[in-house]
Design a binder for this molecule. Structure first.
Ligand code: PEP
Ligand code: MN
Length: 342
């Protein structure tokens, strides 16, 4: 790191900082300019970061030159990772050489609705089935999901449809039951910084789909992934699902820049969710195309056999004709970009 000092700092104050760094096992190199003095510091970054050097009066700024996230950073892991979900023969791969479609109902409502949505997902070419049994709702009066019963429905549908299942966990108390039923655990937008939940999902040995928080920066998102990785689980897929902006015409604003940015900052796969990003059916396929074009490793969408009757997020759910269009766009664009589908 680099410590930039204020102007006119006396030599004793510089010596004090050098001693603090030395005492922590680091090495300090003082470089005196005409106007300013800076101190270059090398050593264990985590130890040095905890010295709170910015608190000293002599210090104007402390600049870290390494990333605060380590396990998920591309700096320390130049090859992009592949995350494998499910168990043979129903395996899905998410990574740089493939394009993976994830589709299913926003919420599991009934066995019939879930099976019908799963069939739509399969028709579109999905390699993974999504479906929420625990729903994080803005209103406590809204449908909260079927809970464990929903997980059992997903299990049955998985058996029938032959696709691995990703489902959201909203509370760390449910970790055992969700991990027992799911092939991949989803941490939703509203829980991206629920650090206890991140640690819990990091400890169960199943892949994790980590959605971006509504107002999270790239660094905050990667620090959230780092919580999971720190528990020994590097099977993490990042999902850009739109961020909150001033534009009310769409539910959120899909941040397409996040795809190449996150892929350059991290080795983890990055997918997009154009359904939750837009909240509008007619925008889902165009935004999916934009995501694929920007290099997304996959796309996740909501589908419903009867969107008008959906208990959650009906306006954004793809119906049969839209599913057809999405499947076609995914196959053609993925092939154009040299990615295998499935
Ligand atoms: C979802 O995928 O069902 C969901 C609730 O998404 P998000 O966390 O992105 O709002
Ligand atoms: Mn939803």
């Amino acid at each position: 790191m680099v410590i930039v000092l204020r102007t006119g700092v006396p030599p004793e104050a510089i010596q004090q900082l050098v001693s603090v760094v030395d005492a922590a096992g680091g090495s300090a190199f003082v470089s005196r300019g005409v106007e300013r003095t800076i101190i270059g510091v090398v050593g264990d970054d985590d130890v040095l970061a905890n010295l709170n050097l910015h608190v000293y009066d002599a210090v104007s700024e402390v600049i870290r030159v390494t990333r605060p996230y380590k396990l998920v950073s591309r700096e320390n892991h130049p090859t992009r990772s592949v995350v494998t979900v499910g168990s043979a023969p129903t395996l899905a791969h998410i990574g740089p050489d493939t394009f993976t479609l994830i589709a299913g109902p926003c919420a599991v409502e009934t066995p019939e609705q879930t099976l019908a949505a799963a069939k739509m997902a399969r028709r579109a070419g999905a390699a993974l089935l999504r479906g929420g049994a625990y729903k994080p709702r803005t209103s406590p009066y809204a449908f909260q999901g079927l809970g464990e019963r929903g997980l059992r429905i997903l299990n049955e549908v998985r058996g029938e449809i032959g696709l691995p299942v990703v489902t959201e966990i909203v509370d760390a108390h449910d970790i055992d039951v969700v991990a027992a039923h799911a092939d991949m655990l989803q941490v939703g937008t509203r829980n991206m910084q629920n650090f206890g939940l991140l640690q819990a999902v990091g400890g169960v040995g199943k892949p994790v789909l980590l959605k971006r928080g509504l107002t999270a920066t790239y660094e905050e998102w990667l620090m959230a992934a780092e919580y999971i990785a720190q528990r020994g689980n590097l099977d993490i897929v990042l999902c850009e699902r739109g961020i909150r902006t001033f534009e009310p015409a769409t539910r959120n604003t899909l941040d397409v820049s996040a795809i190449p940015m996150m892929q350059s900052l991290s080795h983890l796969p990055v997918i997009v969710d154009p359904s939750h990003a837009s909240g509008r059916r007619e925008l889902v396929v165009p935004l999916a195309r934009a995501g694929i074009g920007a290099g997304a490793d996959g796309v996740m969408v909501d589908v419903h056999p009867h969107p008008e009757a959906a208990l959650v997020d009906g306006p954004q759910a793809l119906d049969d004709p839209a599913v057809e269009e999405l499947g076609d766009a995914c196959r053609r664009l993925a092939a154009l970009l040299g990615r295998r589908t499935g």
